[in-house]
Design a protein around this ligand. Sequence first.
Ligand code: ADP
Ligand code: MG
Length: 549
Amino acid sequence: MTSGKINVTVENIFPLIKKFLYSDHEIFLRELISNATDATLKLKHLTTIGETDVEYGNPIIEVKIDKENKKLHIIDQGLGMTKEEVEKYINQVAFSGAEEFLEKYKDSAKDSGIIGHFGLGFYSAFMVADKVEIFTKSYKGEAAAHWTCDGSPEYTLEACDKADRGTEIVLHIAEDSLEFLEESKIRELLVKYNKFMPVAIKFGTHEEGEGDDKVEVDTIINNPTPAWTKQPSELSDEDYKNFYRELYPTQFEEPLFHIHLNVDYPFNLTGILYFPKLSADLSMQKDKIQLYQNQVFVTDNVEGIVPDFLTMLKGVIDSPDIPLNVSRSYLQADGNVKKISNYITRKVADKLKSLFNENREDFESKWNDIKVVLEYGMLSEEKFYEKATSFALYPTVDGKYYTLEELKEATKDVQTDKDGNLVILYASNKDAQHSYITAAQNKGYQVVLLDSPIVSHLIQKLESENEKMTFTRVDADHINNLIKKEEDTISRLSEDEQKSLQEIVENLVPKDKYTVKLEAMDSADEPFILTQPEFMRRMKEMSQSSGGG
Ligand code: ADP
Ligand code: MG
């Protein structure tokens, strides 16, 4: 038996680990399972390249609770470690990483929320355990080793008689962490962090079959080959929908469509994004895009990685090139992150374009569900705006869907004002503006329905991007300035009648708000209409909707 002092200059590192990592102490399980997975995948690699002839078989990782003895076991059938390797990897390397971490962040670490992955992976076990044991047997066939450490810099290392290849980590759970002996807690963590990890993870058993055929089988909590790790050509629409359900078991709405991300240069990224049906109450959108790294869950805060306007999407992104300790300031400082965000914007735009091209009718039917996201994107990302001009739709009140170019084409002969500007008429509320819509339609005008909350900003953007084109709400006064067909202007009242009616109405309505103009209407119920200056209304709307932002 050897015993010794762990190679570290800080006298006792464990209180520091506990303190700095405390906010997220549950990640210890993710770390230990990541190590077990690495050990398994390393062995797989060694067998495939022929470096060893050991039987790889069908290795699994097992997580076992021993509540009585307050122990948690993580067992793998990976490549294991020799005694020398325990000395090297456990006693030295991890600690030099820890030292570096503490050196680098000694001033900022306290409040930064930075966790793990600075060589602290294995040692995160001490956040929940007051004693950790390693039993390990290398694939090389040497005697097995047993390492023990009780959280002080002292450790012991001796030979033991473990028969099977691989490593067993035993955590003696500390009194303040007894929740990690609860089956429900461990299952919750396994589902959260390890649901899609590449090596099968067993947690308990269950019965399958009926009567005499009843058998006890391992409960495997993960899917080692989730959809995003496959090629799009291997997957059907149904597979994508199934994966959506796998990802969000409590979500019953089907997604509208998916986007499979797959790039390996200049950064590595795979994933599947879904356009959901947005529920009216946006605060109900609790299922978010999840970020993974090599199939290990990292976070569902993808701010910065996914452009703002797409954070309503759902799905997964997996990239080894995103710095793991996702804290916002870290992300913004990283050049890769902006590249990734731009890539995602481009992919989403390309997908929308191809949906539009391949099946326009279907795209039109989805427009109402996706328009808010896309309009927001057009306002916030210039690159997206440019691409969106080819597929952004402007539906008319009677159900036709035009692109802007098509709309221009359909209106250019009838909807110009005396200065030669194209005037696009729109309604923001079909019911409230019903009479105005009818009046405009009777004159042969197209009225588009723009009713999303950010429409006033979108209109401004479109006007600034398109010369000689203005938007006018259908109840605005200067509709009457449009060049219109002769027969529409014929009034059924005599001039005297018109004059006295004009006076009566003018006395009834506030002058600063409405311009009174009498016009013949087709409907007998609506002998005249009142209009409001477009300019005044817009000013009021903009000041209401911008509200400081
Ligand atoms: P990292 O995983 O980033 O290398 P860790 O502190 O998590 O850092 O682990 C340190 C090292 O200990 C690993 O690189 C590996 O060599 C070794 N190790 C840890 N757990 C196992 C295991 N279950 N099987 C084999 N080796 C392991
Ligand atoms: Mg590790």
